[in-house]
Write a protein that binds this ligand. Sequence first.
Ligand SMILES: C[S@@+](CC[C@H](N)C(=O)[O-])C[C@H]1O[C@@H](n2cnc3c(N)ncnc32)[C@H](O)[C@@H]1O
Length: 333
Amino acid sequence: MKISLLFQLSGFHSTLPLAEIEAMLSLYGSFNLLEKTERFAIFDFVGKRNVIDSLRRRLSLVHGVFEFLGRCKLGDIETFFKEKQVQIEMPYRIRMHGMLINDVIDRVADIIENKSLHPCVSLEHPKTSIELFIKGKDVYITKLLFYPDKSFMKHSPKHRPFIRPVAMDARIARCMVNLSRIANGKLIDPVCGTGGILIEAASMGIKVYGMDKERTMVKGTKQNLEFFGYSGDVMQGDVITLDKLFPHNYFDAVVCDMPYGISSSLGNIRRDVLYSKAIVAMRNVVKKGHYVVIMVPEEINLLNVKMKLIEIHKERVHTNLTRRIYVLRKECD
Ligand SMILES: C[S@@+](CC[C@H](N)C(=O)[O-])C[C@H]1O[C@@H](n2cnc3c(N)ncnc32)[C@H](O)[C@@H]1O
């Protein structure tokens, strides 16, 4: 399939929404970023048709996904619709984003209704929703494809039976799973805490493994997974022994949020030592060509860890804590 897609980005974070889209598109084909604004991003995509279903089920930081039909000046909108064959199934509706200019909606409605034998509008249940994104004097003409499934928000820490202050926002957890570019297979979070990352991965049909040094966290993660109807293999253990417990090249992805020594205790080990040993163990257990997505405090540098750096995102947790999400790929054994 060949399609141009416009993604309406969540304002939740400045870089993660785009990175999440690119990670997901890369699973199904090739893509080219045509334009990015604060509110939306447009891509040309060539690849498998099931990308659409996957985007709908998995995206966490996108409000809506639209087929991008083209762009023109506001004054040229009649010409655009006259020249371009836009398939409209009735009933239809027109919506605007960015700025409401009633005159434009009326002008587009006139063209559509003049071309159609039985024009009919439904604001609630249209078969075609023409959506116009206004930027300055330009209008981006699109058709709504879908709104991503946001039912994962029911996994928010406040809805879980087992809660601790370390629990991660469900949107970030889901986005991190997506950044790992895992389609299916096995994912491990070796410092799983309350299980935020595992819950998101399990809800996508991925087989999940968890580990935590604390027995209460292991019990709590199991309880949380079970509460939402998911299962996983969760055990007590030390992240630095991960590669003694599992074979090398075993997992399709490692995704985690490392203990930072404020709410989550480190035990008797210095933080830099823990991190460097942990990253070696993670690298060993992930398959070649696959990804380790890891969140660490800002002052930790993971540039020399014998994995290819794909991207880094900054995440401000609160006034005293800023962290970075590293996306790393294992290139060789
Ligand atoms: C930041 S929390 C993870 C939070 C998790 N993402 C969530 O959503 O709840 C880090 C976890 O690492 C665990 N931990 C600390 N040192 C560890 C070690 N050496 N091995 C395994 N787990 C460890 C802590 O008990 C804590 O639960």
